[in-house]
Design a protein around this ligand. Sequence first.
Ligand code: AMP
Length: 172
Amino acid sequence: MPDSLRAAIRDVVDFPKPGIVFKDITPLLADGALFARAISLLCETCGGTRIDKVAGIDARGFIFASAVADRLGVGFVPVRKQGKLPWKTRQAAYALEYGEAVVEIHQDAVKPGETVLLVDDLLATGGTAAAAAKLLDELGAKVLGISVLIELSFLNGRAKLSPYPVHSILTY
Ligand code: AMP
């Protein structure tokens, strides 16, 4: 089945800028059986450990994280790009190839001691996931793992996430 998931990821060359091969997940999302399988595999990355919440990263991460939360019967927490969350936030900045980006979380999104699975669609350099995990840490949550559908292993994003178990379904 991971082979059929892999076959449903479309490489789009030079998007959104020259030199990037964008992993387009929309063919996978459009296939109900494949989408359900992807969610099952992401749920299995918990290894049966009880988690209190699933956190997802803006924006494609929301698609997977909210479905995982629903399947596990737990709450969902959004980690958003700057300026999108309406209530009191905590922020973390991280480096991009040029400049920096900021992600935010609501200050009351998790309670101290809650266990959280962090989910995104794709792990590239790891900067986004590291910033999201830092926010959850700072709020007192325990990040039990970081699970992604796709890992671009040649970018070695795992190195930035070393304190956390990282699980990917498809590696490139
Ligand atoms: P990074 O912080 O470098 O790990 O980038 C991860 C974020 O950027 C994820 O939320 C992805 O959605 C997005 N992203 C980075 N590279 C790609 C790519 N080649 N194809 C699709 N999405 C990407």
